[in-house]
Design a binder for this molecule. Sequence first.
Ligand code: ATP
Length: 369
Amino acid sequence: MSTLSLKGLSKKFGDKLVVDNVNLDVIDREFVVLLGPSGCGKTTILRMIAGLEKVTAGEVILDGEVINQMPPQKRDMAMVFQNYALYAHLSVFDNLAFGLRMRKTPKDTIEKRVRESAEMLGIGVHIEKKPRQLSGGERQRVALGRAIVREPRLFLMDEPLSNLDAMLRVQTRVEILQLCRRIGTTVLYVTHDQVEAMTMGDRIVLLRDGVCQQIDTPEGIYNLPANQFVGKFVGSPPMNVLEDVFLSKEGDKLWAKSRGISLDLSGYKHLTAIEQMPELRSRSIILGFRPDALRFNPHGRTDGGIPASVALVEVIGREALVYCNIGQQLICAVVDPAQAPRSGDNVVLGVDASKVHLFESGSGNNLFR
Ligand code: ATP
């Protein structure tokens, strides 16, 4: 059993607040991903949990015990980094055994754990080799193995796949997940790669400038983003955004109007709530919709759609990314290649109103979450 809680966790370097009041409860065997752009404080959070960085304010609680003052070696956590940090002069076996020997673990226990972990990771045949004789993927497995043999209460992983090529990254991603499920361990995993976060995390903690934006399942983050930043950070190609939008009720229809564009939002899921908030219609808001919420109006009807000109079409296997200019703005639609228009075509884009998000201007917060 291992649970981890962060309560009001903050970190200052000099006057600069780099982690601001982060609260999180990780349950036993959960795989939680810290996601966010470079410099948002992910590594600093991990280092505070590991005890490598002093906490400025707040508490790190492991299995119910506040461990702020506990030295790193007593915390029983294993950290895996981007640079594998293997000992070049030691064999794979000795690299795996190193931490256990330091802890004066009995020799036969070391032998058993090292061999078992090496087999589990598929590096059993390399046990006598030196790190330089291994591929990048194999070295990363040794780094993982070194963490596993310690049987820690918590795994902390900091961008462990960044040094691998794209193919190997996908493969190792699956392996890490399977491994963590098999050994039933609690994991905190840092990445700036939203695909990695979406595919690996039971839950994602999305950070920006040290502030937690949303803690949710991958589906929750994707389908109900807390704010415009989350909406745009997760999903590829990113969410399209129209600013300076005004809502207007005409008869039984709701329209979103912006710079000569009128979009029929009558299928929007929070229509009733909007009707009860007439003040919403007097201020500008932000409209977000993902590329897959767009379709091309086959009949060329402009009412309720957006007239646009096609700037570029990229066919990527089963999907076509169609980049369209609406006035000065470029938006992207994802469609079936068979239905894609051609570059230079004038088209009318329809938006599936049930997939639209409305954000508040200024704060960027999702108005209906
Ligand atoms: P990346 O994805 O690039 O690794 P990150 O989200 O992990 O970024 P951190 O490494 O936690 O971000 O850094 C957060 C902020 O704290 C950054 O602005 C960084 O420059 C700053 N920072 C980190 N370590 C120190 C330090 N020892 N002294 C001063 N500032 C630091």
